[in-house]
Design a protein around this ligand. Structure first.
Ligand SMILES: [Mg+2]
Length: 162
């Protein structure tokens, strides 16, 4: 990881932060598969083993945040070296996550897209905005009939434009 990859946007506003766009989940899957195949390691990568490796990497990532108290977005409290390590452990987590999805024959990009659509339905903007609580009650964020009525009324009272 380059120094600029770690620190390039650390002082930017959150809305200006972007990932680079030259790597897909399929790239990661195929590169990791090749990496293991070349070393005859695929035999060690059944789903349970990969899941435990993933959990181990989450632990390594967690150690970097342990005992610090809350930290600020962009990690200004971290040294450059510490931030490099955060990037490395995040990478380990992602690589094992993608590996696990492959071992389970789960098309990760497809299910992520589906899940994000489900999340948008489960947490509609007008009912979930500003709410920090996690509520597993499926009715908690459901649109109430009166809300739908309000929305229709607002549309009818508006200028007709969408
Ligand atoms: Mg690691």
């Amino acid at each position: 990881m380059t120094h600029s990859a770690v620190n390039g946007t650390s002082n930017s506003l959150d809305n200006e932060f972007r990932f680079s766009s030259d790597l897909s989940l399929e790239n990661i899957r195929s590169d990791q598969h090749k990496f293991c195949e070349e070393r005859n390691w695929l035999q060690f990568h059944p789903p349970r083993n990969v899941l435990l490796a993933l959990v181990g990497e989450v632990g390594e990532l967690s150690e970097l945040f342990q005992w610090r108290g809350e930290v600020t977005r962009g990690l200004p409290e971290f040294t450059s070296q510490e931030k490099v390590r955060v990037g490395e452990e995040l990478s380990d987590v992602l690589i094992y996550l993608v590996d696990l999805a492959e071992q389970c024959h789960i098309d990760l990009p497809a299910v992520v897209k589906d899940k994000m659509k489900k999340n948008a339905v489960k947490y509609p903007v007008h009912r979930a905005t500003g709410r920090g609580d996690k509520n597993d009650d499926p009715s908690a964020y459901k649109q109430e009939t009166s809300d739908i009525g309000d929305m229709q009324r607002e549309r009818e009272e508006g200028d007709g434009s969408e």
